[in-house]
Design a binder for this molecule. Sequence first.
Ligand SMILES: [Ca+2]
Ligand SMILES: [Ca+2]
Length: 742
Amino acid sequence: MGLLLPCKESRKEEGWCLIIMQFTLFLGLVLPLAYCICEVPRPNILYLYVDDLGWGSIGPNGQYERRDQGLPYVLTPNLDRLAKAGVNFRRGYGCTVCSPARSSQQTGFHQGYTFADRNDPDNAKKAIRAEDVTMGDALSKAGYVTGYWGKWGYGGSKDMQNPTIDNLQTLPTSHGYQFVVAELHHVRAHTFFQPTLWNAPAKAGSIGGLELKPNSMRKFLNNKSYPNYPAFQNHPKYPKPAYCDDVYAFACLDFVRSQATQYNRTGKPFFGLFAAQIPHAPFAEVQKLPNWDIDYKEKTYFTKLSPQSQQWCAMVTRIDAHFGNILRALEDPNGDGDESDSVADDTLVVFQSDNGGPSGENREQLDANGGLLGSKGSIYEGGIRVPTIIRWPDKITRESKLKAGSNSELILDCSDLLPTFCELAGAAIPLGVSGVSLAPSLTGEGKQRIRDFLIHETKGQASIIRSRYKFIRPKHEPNGSRKRKPSSKKDGKDPDKWQLYDLHADAAEVNNLVKERPQLVRELNDLLTSERVDEPVGFANTYHDWRGGSAHGALHAASNWTEYRYENDEITYMEEKGSPKLSWCGAINLGDSALASKDTSFLALKVAGSLTIQQDAQVNARNELRVMEKGCVNLAGGSLFSQRWVEVQTGGMLSGHGQIHAALYNSGSLVLDPENPLLIHGPVHLSGSLRVEKAERKRNLDKFVVLKAESIVGKFTNAEVSFSGKSYSIEYTSKEITLIVR
Ligand SMILES: [Ca+2]
Ligand SMILES: [Ca+2]
C-alpha cells in the first residue's frame, strides 16, 4: 500500500518528500515504515507578457532617471518591485513584431525556423503546427496545470460577431493549455472591447475544446474577493463588453489562487501565461473606462502630455496594477491576509514584452524605448530589445550568483524560455530548438550552455547578435541577388548597407564598424546565411522519423525517412521530402538502426535507436545531436559535426573512434577504442561512465590515450576501467584522458 504525501514544511530545504507508508503484518502487529525519497522541487511558472511595451518603459530601464530629473514618466510600481526582488535582464530580446514573437516564444525556434516568421493576416490559419512542441505541450506533459489568457493570435477567424475555428492544430487547447481565455485572431485583438472571447474548458463537443463566451466582467461584479482596482468593474459606468485585459487578468487571478492552493495541498505545479493586449493600439479605448487616468491625478506633468501619451501611460499602469494583484495572489492565495500559504518563493515569475514600442508620441514624450534606435518592426534594438524581468526568491537571492535586485547583461531571447521552463520542470527540451535553457544561470547549478547568437528578421533585413556585436544586412535570394527593392531609409540608415555595431560601446547603433572589422563581418554574415534567414516566407524546420527499420539502411536515403506536410483546410502550406537537409529535425527511434556512409545534414538529430557513422562519413546535426536513453551512436571512424553540441543522455551510449566537431556533454556511457582516441574539436563536459572495448588487440597496452579534446571538465563516475583482463585507472589532464594499467 503506498501513500503519496506532499510535505510543505520541508519542501524549501529538501525538495519533495515522498512518504511511502508500508504496513506490514509482523508478529500480529502493524508496523508502519516510512521512507523519504527527496526529489528536486519544481517551481510554478507565471509568465506575464505584454504587447508592444518598449524597452525603456520600466523604472530600471530609464523611467527612474526621468522621474529623478523631473521629466514625465510612466508608473510601473509593481514591475519595479518585481525587478527589485528579481533580476532585470537589460539584454532581453523579443522579435520585431507580434506574430513571430509568439511563435518563437511558444516553439523555441528563431524566425529563420519558426513557421509564423512574420506578421501575416493569414497566420491565424497556418501558424503553429501539430508537431511543434509548445510551452503548453511540454509543461502539461510534465504534469503542470496550464493556463493561457490573452492574445494568442492563431487558429480562429477575425470575424467580430461570429468568429470560427480555422485551424485545429494551431489552437492553445491543441498545445497543452487547459484553462484558456484568449483571442485567436490578431485583428480581433485590434480592439479591447471584442464582444466575445474564446474559453476553455468548454462544454462537451465544442470545436477545438474552445467555446465563445461574452467578454464580460459579470461574474466579478460586486464580489469582495475581486479587487476593484484597477478595473473599477463595480463602477456604474464600467462598459459592456468589458475591457478584455480586465477579463484576462481576473481569469489569471482565479487560476493563480486556485492552483496555488492546490499546489500547497498536492504539490502539483502550475504554469500560467498572461499575454495582455496592452499597450498595443488602439490607445484611445482606455478613455472609455471609469477612472481611466486615476493613477496620474496627482502628476502635474500628465496634463501636458499629448492624449496619446496619456492613454499609453494609463494603459501601462493599469496592466501593472493587474500584475500587482496577481503577484499578491502568489503571496496569499486564499486571500485571508495570512501569508502562510504563500507560493511566491516557489514560483518563477517572468515578465516580458513581445517586441519594442511603436513609434509615436509616447515614444518621444516618455522615451518608451529607452534611447534605443528604431521602434516596433525595426531590426534595430528599439524594435527587438524588450523589458525582461525574472523573479524566483527560492533561487535568485542577494547571495546567489545572479543577484536579486541586479541588472544583468546576460542575453535572454524569447526562444530561451521554452527550454528553460522545460529544464526546470524536468521535461525533455524539444529537439533542435534555437533557444538555450538558462536554468543553470537561474539556479546557479549545472553547466550553462553557450547561447552563441541571436537571429532576427524583418521583411527586408536580417540580423545576428553575437555577444557584444550585431551585424545587419539586407536579405538575399538564395542565388545571392537582393531580395526586394530596399525599403526607404528608416531610422536614418540605408537598409541596403551592411552594418556592424558594438552594442556594449554603442547600444544606440550609431557607429557602423563594417569597414573596421571585415573578418568579423564575413564570419557573422556566413553564420547568418546558414541560419536560413534568406529562405522564402513561411520556411520552417520540418519533422521526420526514420522508417528504415533496423536493417542499417543508409542515413542519407530519402526512402528511409517520413515525408513532412503541413496542411490545413485542404491547403498545403509546406511539403518536405527527399534526403535529410539542414532544416530537418530527425528521429531514429528505439529499435531502429541507420548507417551513415555519406555526408548527411540535419538541423537536429535524435538517436533513440542506433546510428553507425562509417570511416570518412560525416553527420552534421547543426543545433544538436541527442543520444537518448538506450540510444547508441557508433563512430566507426566517422565524424560528427554540430554548431552547438552532442549530448549523450543518461542511459545512452557513444562508442568507437573518430572525430567530433562540437561540444560534447556526456552523462551516458562513452565506450572508447584503446588504439584510436576519440578526437573532440570542442570542450567536453563529463559525467556518466567510461568503458573500453575492442575485439582485436594488436599490441600490448599498458598506457594509452582514449580521448583528446580542446578542454575537459568533470570526470566519469567510475574511477577505473577493466579491459582485456587488466585494470586501468583513468587519468585526466585538461586536454586528454589516459588509461594506465594498475
Ligand atoms: Ca506586439
Ligand atoms: Ca493566506
